[in-house]
Ligand binder design. Structure first.
Ligand SMILES: Cc1ncc(COP(=O)(O)O)c(C=O)c1O
Length: 414
């Protein structure tokens, strides 16, 4: 008898479906495809020599710390240097209120586990990071979008959504936000908006989950003060990560928040994995303590700035004027909006893939059926030449669409 696996799965996991980004990887990983789809860092920027030297010395000189299990909440040394880093940016933090995670994705998952009951509405940005929404949905959360403009989440949209939910038993208690160079739009929430959102959070007793993997990667000017730094009521939980500023392969991130949250998350982490990789933590600690991570970040800013500028310039040059795109001050992503007379972005992606170019269509980033005519373009991984060439190819596809639309419109007129 063959096993009917579906009948074994828990009710909770039956609802989980694969992220469209993961599904795309198979397609975009074909060597002939120029991919603007994945949000990976550029492999060629990984500091192989420094990592290799540091690992060699760790394995020999620091065996106990690097090769043994570590405390569930993480190495004290690493937590200390991270608190110092956060405090430099005004985010007051003590080692006891910071826990090391396997990337910020584990932080999101654990927060989902400790905070969300099935059916709970969770406020997210519209559009939002797919991995965040998936984590919350996997615990039964219903994501509810707060509209955004170029300054970030719109306070009136947030308040309206909260009022709509105030009469029902389950009121939102969480707002999840990526305030710097947001994935997927590249938008940075202005300082004024951060104050306004915090005031709403206070009025409606919301917790803010501030996910900040891109804040250090600014290419024009530094980012505004974080929610964590502005918070006077202890209602912000902050997530940081080494994935974009060093390497994702060590899977090291951190979660900083009020004591009761850290305590609960620690318990959940204990059953999930006992501890994060000791080797990864010691590597992150050494390279941070020695000042190498800061130096590397400064280098990354220069390198990714050139890629961002190349993609924006190519879009300006090759895309028809009706296509609008964000101009991010940092991070990895540009959000593209197509005119209403274009085919949906899913169909555009099919056309692009026929020419061996990939991006992510916007639907998966929406919690309310939006994103039909939007797409996320990532400039982090492809080479400068591929960025120029891939955008030129897409420009040709879009100009053909424009020509077809003009003929159709002209046909209708006569
Ligand atoms: C907004 C956001 N949050 C979290 C993550 C997960 O990152 P990590 O590698 O730290 O788990 C990503 C990864 O791309 C991201 O874009």
């Amino acid at each position: 008898m063959t096993v009917e696996w579906n009948s074994f799965f828990s009710r909770r996991t039956k609802k989980i479906s694969g992220s469209q980004i993961r599904q795309f990887f198979a397609l975009t990983e074909r060597p002939e495809v120029i991919s603007f789809a994945g949000g990976f860092p550029d492999n060629t920027y990984f500091p192989q020599t420094e990592i290799s030297n540091s690992l060699a010395s760790l394995v020999h000189a620091d065996t106990k710390q690097a090769l043994q299990y570590s405390p569930t909440e993480g190495s004290y040394d690493l937590r200390k240097v991270l608190c110092e880093k956060m405090s430099r940016d005004g985010k007051l933090c003590e080692t006891s209120s910071l826990i090391i995670t396997n990337g910020s994705q584990q932080g999101l998952d654990m927060l989902g586990k400790v905070l969300i009951n099935p059916g709970d509405p969770v406020l997210v940005e519209e559009p939002a990071y797919i991995g965040g929404m998936s984590a919350f949905k996997s615990y039964g959360g219903n994501t509810v979008g707060v509209d955004m403009d170029e300054e970030g989440p719109i306070p009136s949209s947030m308040e309206q959504t909260l009022k709509q939910h105030s009469g029902i038993e389950k009121r939102p208690k969480i707002f999840y936000t990526v305030p710097n160079f947001q994935n997927p739009t590249g938008i940075t929430t202005s300082l004024k908006r951060r104050f306004e959102i915090l005031a709403i959070a206070s009025r409606y007793n919301l917790i803010i989950i501030e996910d900040n993997p891109y804040g250090d990667l600014y290419y024009d000017q530094d980012v505004p003060l974080s929610y964590k730094a502005l918070d006077r009521e202890g209602r912000v939980i902050y997530l940081g990560s080494y994935s974009k500023i060093l390497i994702p392969g060590i899977r090291i991130g951190w979660l900083a928040g009020p004591g009761p949250i850290i305590e609960k998350v620690s318990m959940v982490k204990q059953t999930a994995d006992l501890c994060s990789s000791s080797l990864g933590q010691q590597l992150a600690y050494r390279l941070t303590r020695e000042g190498y991570v800061d130096k590397h970040i400064a280098r990354l800013r220069q390198l990714y700035r050139v890629k961002r500028d190349t993609m924006l310039k190519a879009m300006e040059q090759h895309f028809p004027a009706g296509i609008k795109f964000s101009k991010p001050g940092g991070g990895f992503f540009i959000w593209v909006n197509f005119p209403s007379y274009y085919p949906g972005s899913r169909e555009l992606l099919d056309l692009a893939l026929q020419q061996n170019v990939a991006f992510v269509h916007g639907e998966g980033f929406s919690s309310q059926g939006g994103g039909l005519r939007s797409a996320r373009f990532s400039f982090s991984q492809p080479s400068i030449d591929d960025i120029r060439f891939g955008i030129k190819i897409l420009g040709e596809i879009f100009w053909e669409i424009e020509a077809g639309c003009t003929v159709q419109l002209a046909g209708q007129q006569f």
